[in-house]
Ligand binder design. Sequence first.
Ligand code: FES
Ligand code: FE
Length: 428
Amino acid sequence: EARLRDIREGIDHGRFPAYVFNDQEIFDLEQEKLFGQAWTFLAHESEIPKPGDYVTRYIGNNNLIVARDEHGEIHANLNMCRHRGNMMCKSEMGNASHFRCSYHGWVYKNSGELIGVPYLAEGYEGKLKRKDWGLVKARIDTYEGLVFGTFNEDASSLEDYLGGFQFYLDLYLKQGPNGSEVHGPPDHWITETDWKIAAENFAGDGYHTPVAHQFGFNLGYFPSSGATHSQGWAASIPGKGHGIGLGHTPGFTPFAGFPDALTAEIKKSLTPDQVEVFSNTRTAVGTVFPNLSFLMQPFSLIPGETGVRFVTMRLYHPIGPGKCEMYSWCLVPKDASDEYKEAAYQAYTLTFAQAGTFEQDDLENWARLTRMAKSSAAKGIEFPYLMGMETERDEDFRGPGHVVKPYVNDSNFRNLWGRWADYLLGEA
Ligand code: FES
Ligand code: FE
């Protein structure tokens, strides 16, 4: 408690300790106080479009079945049989109207109701009521196709939790009149990286880009990006932990990279303020607190050409101190042609899918950071989060939150770790 108070105070003064990026006690506290309380991303609705479709995902260390029932409604149920606790569903995606436990044979509908108990009348003599023993339900709520869940009955609504960050999320999600959809199942893999390092990077670390990804810049993958530190904005929602970096290149064609026919439609689905802000955005990288991130980027294999815009959505699922399972999806405009979707997916695959060049650039650094955080000397070390301590809000900017110039700034990270500390202190 005293140590957490120190950390909380340090954040406001631009300091954050190294050891928290790989520590058992912090990990255990996060499981209970953060992932047990906050909203967690579960799935995109387009992953389970038909009745019976399901995926298995996590809230903290709890495995859940996220399924669409016969009426089209989505449910998230703990993947644990109520009889003796067996894991109900062993595959990570599929289609099923019912789940039957492989131990004693209890049967549940995909909505979670218990409907079948072998030997019910004879064995239980009327003492077991099926309606009392359905699968344990998580609360769920959605925004523009994103399904979030929590076991916290007292959590505020998802809308309140996002706290205005929807304005920025729309850039990734409202890619046309029918929004966006996932292109294929997510890549997922385990990495020796603490989830917080990835969450911070995607909350707007424009600082690392020209260095860690220098190779990509040299190849000319990014049209009209000057590998500069100075342009664009960093936006965060105070006290909510979300942050986004909006890279800007003067003279860059607004919405370049989207199919022309779709650009007009995209503008219609946005507010005038969003159109103005997004017109100026070449690249956008953001984190929804705590561990869901997005990136949008025009990409071309041919230097000088605009290429296509691709969007990746990623989740850093913590599985141990200094260890997480990464999930990475490609989001495409639902209304785009198959050719465009394929081209966007190819750009994603080359850059930020599991084997993408940019993903590898980052992972290599993140895994080393994680390893260093575990060393005994790291216990007493703090990092400077001092960049842009005095910058004032840019009053001309038409998006919500605390918005500062330039893009390279630690203000988003102070907001992110401030919120994190508030959760661990039980004061969020
Ligand atoms: Fe599932 Fe017994 S543990 S039926
Ligand atoms: Fe990176």
